[in-house]
Design a protein around this ligand. Structure first.
Ligand code: C2E
Ligand code: CA
Ligand code: CA
Ligand code: CA
Length: 280
């Protein structure tokens, strides 16, 4: 039994080694992914309720690895954060999204997505030159600052200090700030008092509770009420069915995002979504 135990232990160590090697390889590959044009952005519509008209889009990064194929951001964003690659990756995302936003304004005029949201990770937000990077991306693209929203998470601003400085710098630039995955952090409500945000994105885990029970709907309802009372734009994330969308509207929601309305789309497909006649 003792031998077996030791054997297992060695196996475990080897698999740890393997995991570490995998991780190092992924990090190395990621460091050249930008130069090799393996990263791309897709854009998911954010729509108004009840009719599902295009309000804005959220930029989401995709990595087409030459050998592994598609790698999910859930996998490589944490790697980028740990290795510091998030600085370069985040700057690339900002530039690319601003360029695309400006291109839509030129090409689609009033039909262009009203706003473009970009995810900013905790580590990226607290880099001292983050506001300079945002400003440079706006200037280089010609995208008006008020068309850009940065999405930050509760955990990023929880520590206060540098993150709050960055949020205030966004306000000074005229860039909107959204609190992403709202409700999943540790001090959600407390943050609303201290962090000057413009948009609340209510996490999918709450939206999943729509139509499930009066208790779950009570939470959903109060989140939208708090947001509205604070004059924030409140967006329901991860809306997958028409029934959820209808009920969210009844519960006070005016903005939604999710597969029911559209999956993340390539940039040219957004033009199609923007120009399609509004549903009745
Ligand atoms: P997130 O910011 O919460 O983005 C929403 C995620 O939910 C996206 O996954 C989107 O495709 C997915 N989603 C949208 N509607 C639905 C739905 O109705 N049902 C379900 N099941 N999922 C839905 P994605 O693109 O895989 O991104 C995952 C996460 O990776 C993002 O979560 C965000 O935290 C991070 N991420 C993505 N792009 C970037 C980026 O450019 N920079 C940074 N820092 N993080 C990013
Ligand atoms: Ca987001
Ligand atoms: Ca989210
Ligand atoms: Ca999320």
């Amino acid at each position: 039994a003792k031998n077996q135990g030791r054997g297992r232990c060695v196996e475990f160590d080897q698999s740890m080694d393997q995991a570490a090697q995998e991780h190092a390889q992924l990090a190395a590959d990621l460091s050249v992914a930008i130069d090799r044009n393996e990263l791309a952005l897709v854009y998911q519509p954010i729509v108004t309720l009840p009719h599902g008209e295009l309000s804005g889009v959220e930029a989401l990064v995709r990595w087409q690895h030459p050998v592994r194929g598609f790698v999910s951001p859930v996998e490589f964003i944490p790697v980028a954060e740990r290795t510091g690659l998030i600085t370069a990756l985040g700057a690339w995302v900002l530039y690319e999204a601003c360029q695309q936003g400006a291109a839509w304004l030129r090409e689609l005029g009033p039909a262009a997505p009203g706003r473009i949201s970009v995810n900013v990770s905790a580590r990226q937000l607290i880099e001292p030159d983050f506001p300079t990077v945002v400003e440079a991306a706006l200037l280089a693209s010609g995208l008006p600052a008020e068309k850009l929203t940065v999405e930050i998470t509760e955990t990023a601003v929880f520590d206060g200090g540098p993150a709050l400085v960055a949020v205030n710098a966004m306000k000074d630039l005229g860039v909107r700030v959204a609190l992403d995955d709202f409700g999943t952090g540790h001090s959600s409500l407390g943050l609303l008092r201290t962090v000057p945000i413009d948009v609340l994105k209510v996490d999918k885990s709450f939206v999943d509770g729509v139509g499930q029970s009066p208790e779950q709907e009570a939470i959903i309802t109060s989140l939208s009420q708090i947001g509205s009372a604070m004059r924030l734009v409140v967006v329901a994330e991860g809306v997958e069915t028409g029934a959820q969308a209808d009920r969210l509207y009844e519960l006070g929601y005016r903005y939604a995002q999710g597969y029911h309305f559209a999956r993340p789309l390539k940039a040219p497909e957004i033009a199609g979504f923007a120009l399609k006649p509004s549903p009745v």
